[in-house]
Design a protein around this ligand. Structure first.
Ligand SMILES: Cc1ncc(COP(=O)(O)O)c(C=O)c1O
Length: 360
């Protein structure tokens, strides 16, 4: 068996320890004689899996008691609709557009009410985060929406926007559990787990209790109402059980690694190796302003599309996979999520050095 260094933006690398443990438990989960895939979501064994997963996530993020944790399906994209359907009481919301995902979310919300795009970085291909310290937040806005880490462009909010008292809603799909977070600053934190936490098919929504009401937009389906899932502790219907089980193992892995402070330190150390190399390289260059750089997604280019393609091909041959940039921007992108080992980033930088010598 040989594993590659997988720089995919998602679904993405998971901790090898977690995969091994899941493999060991595949046929017989702890004496139940069946796989977690095969067991009732109403069984004692699964009840313990989901409650332990929730508690571990609460411990890791310091989630206060007045927030609910929901394990849902539908991808992060389903939240683009679920958020306005549940939160747009005045039918007005403010969106900060820092990339394709925030743009899509804003467009979807327009189906339900008035969307004010109060800031954007589209003028410079989303290569920076706009100053959000004094934005024209709408008086009647139900919430202010951000995508906290922009997976495609490789930018991250280092300071949360000043929402002037309005509820902050954040898509954290690509920075989930990558560093400590003050949950009390948000009304809703949500993300697809397929980047930093687990297999595709699970979306985690952390939502303040006062935002969970029956007063949703007319026609909102039962399944798209937060209250349905909050009242049933994410067991209203069959949840993505196996995915939740793997998420739970990743939470335990992060705890064993020292929690979110340790993750941040580890992620900063990894990202520094790559950014330091990019800053002095004569061939490769990063595409994002320095102060807004993501610790998770690192886009870079040579400036020559053919050379980029050659790099991606030769890197793959060297066991460094999925370095092609998003189809909308080209170039390269290295996603270096929590589970990417330091050695993987060093191997990438060594390969980039060699490629630079051969192709400059
Ligand atoms: C920041 C962000 N939001 C949303 C999405 C969409 O996620 P999904 O495919 O789970 O709908 C992605 C996917 O890459 C993403 O990176």
């Amino acid at each position: 068996m040989s594993r590659v260094y997988n720089f995919s933006a998602g679904p993405a690398v998971l901790p090898e320890e977690v995969l091994r443990e899941a493999a060991e438990e595949m046929l017989d989960y702890r004496g139940t004689g069946m796989s977690v895939m095969e067991m009732s979501h109403r069984s004692k064994a699964f009840e313990e899996i989901i409650t332990t997963a929730e508690q571990d996530l609460r411990d890791l993020m310091g989630i206060p008691d007045n927030y609910k944790v929901l394990f849902l399906q539908g991808g992060a994209s389903q939240q683009f609709a679920m958020i306005p359907m549940n939160l747009m009481k005045n039918r007005v919301a403010d969106y900060i557009v820092t990339g394709q995902w925030a743009k899509k979310a804003a467009k979807e919300a327009e189906k339900y009410g008035k969307v004010n795009r109060i800031a954007s970085s589209e003028d410079k291909t989303f290569s920076y985060i706009p100053d959000c310290s004094d934005l024209p937040v709408s008086e009647d806005a139900d919430y202010v929406y951000i995508c906290e880490n922009n997976t495609i462009y490789g930018t991250k909010f280092k300071t949360l926007p000043n929402t002037k008292g309005k509820t902050l809603v954040a898509d954290v799909s690509s920075c989930f559990l990558s560093e400590p977070v003050d949950v009390t600053k948000y009304g809703v934190i949500y993300g697809g787990v397929q980047k930093n936490i687990g297999p595709a098919g699970v979306v985690i929504v952390i939502i303040r209790e006062d935002l969970i009401t029956e007063d949703v937009l007319p026609g909102t389906p039962t399944m798209l109402t937060y209250k349905t899932h909050a009242d049933a502790d994410s067991l209203y219907n069959t949840p993505p059980a196996y995915g939740i089980y793997i998420c739970g193992k990743v939470f335990k892995w992060i705890k064993a690694m020292g929690g979110l402070e340790a993750m941040k330190e580890r992620n900063e150390k990894k990202a520094k190796v790559l950014y330091d190399f990019l800053d002095q390289s004569k061939l490769f260059k990063g595409t994002v302003v320095k102060e807004d750089r993501s610790l998770m997604n690192v886009p870079f280019v040579t400036g020559d599309a053919d050379l980029d393609a050659k790099f991606v091909k030769e890197a793959k041959e060297a066991g460094l996979e999925n370095l092609k940039g998003h189809r909308s921007v080209g170039g390269m992108r290295a996603s270096i999520y929590n589970a990417m080992p330091y050695e993987g980033v060093v191997a990438l930088v060594d390969f980039m050095k060699k490629f630079e010598e051969e192709n400059l």
